[in-house]
Design a protein around this ligand. Structure first.
Ligand SMILES: [Zn+2]
Length: 182
């Protein structure tokens, strides 16, 4: 009975804090109220919801919505095997959206065959469609590309693309969803 009362009052305090304090200070105070796994779970779900904003998908929802490969690539920064992706040799007219949040990312007009085994684009649909991050994993210095809207991992960008941009966005098919132009 005591532990139940304790749990209820903790929940009450947490709810009160969430309603009354800005995120930063509640993140500092909450570890004293929640311990171990329950805090971690709470903290990460809060961070995750913040990242995806209005389209807050839980990890469980994403696992249902996406295939295992789409989840591994977009949420765990995986890379599909070269020459295996659905859009590697795909050149129909249309646009490529984020497989997670459906934000438009690339146009078929900017797609080219780089011969590397992954879909390659010389430009993004608009300047704010993707975000770039330094990536020094696997002993290489690369620039990771994510969806600006939901942070899904897309692939990497290199400076060896065709003119006029000279840029090559090397993107996993598993991160994309193609929409035919009408
Ligand atoms: Zn997205």
């Amino acid at each position: 009975m005591n532990s139940l009362r304790c749990l209820t009052s903790t929940r009450y305090l947490v709810n009160k804090l969430l309603l009354s304090t800005p995120a930063q200070s509640s993140n500092l105070i909450l570890p004293t109220l929640l311990s171990g796994k329950s805090y971690q779970k709470f903290y990460f779900s809060r961070e995750f919801s913040k990242k995806v904003g209005k389209m807050a998908f839980s990890q469980d929802e994403l696992k249902k919505k996406l295939t295992k490969e789409q989840y591994r690539v977009t949420q765990e920064k995986g890379t599909e095997a070269p020459f295996t992706g659905e859009y590697d040799k795909h050149y129909k007219p249309g646009e490529y959206k984020c497989v997670v949040c459906e934000a438009p990312l690339f146009k078929s007009d900017d797609k080219f065959d780089a011969g590397c085994g992954w879909p390659a684009f010389s430009a993004t649909k608009d300047k704010t469609a993707v975000a770039e991050h330094d990536d020094s994993t696997l002993g290489m210095k690369r620039t990771e590309v994510t969806c600006s809207k939901c942070q899904a991992h897309l692939g990497h960008v290199f400076n060896d693309g065709p003119k006029p941009t000279g840029i090559r966005y090397c993107i996993n098919s598993a991160s994309l969803k193609f929409k035919n132009s009408k």
